[in-house]
Ligand binder design. Sequence first.
Ligand SMILES: [Zn+2]
Length: 121
Amino acid sequence: MSISKMATGVALALLLAAAGLAHDPSKHKGRATKGEVVSVAGDRLELRTAAGLKAVTLNEKTKYERGDQIAAKADLKAGEQVTVFGTTLATGELVAREVLLEGARKAGSQKSGVRSQKGKS
Ligand SMILES: [Zn+2]
């Protein structure tokens, strides 16, 4: 194997590793809407915020993150605490650009619930 082939392989590996990580949290701009997931149905997420129920629209551009890891829409579950960054339409509806899941490292402060370990790797 030539040196340049190896270098290409290393660069590719680094690229792949980086792809699994979310970007710098400081890149989150705009108003954050925090709340608890009430339900997820199709492209609609219903959130219970301090100000009441809020409809959030998800689309193919919405990104999901948990800590510094990329998450998926499938990770959105009722009861999950999330922070949504997005655009609020005139209708009051929030179109999510990013959904940050916050269930990662909570040490037993929650009421005893189902402990779901996601073992897929
Ligand atoms: Zn982000």
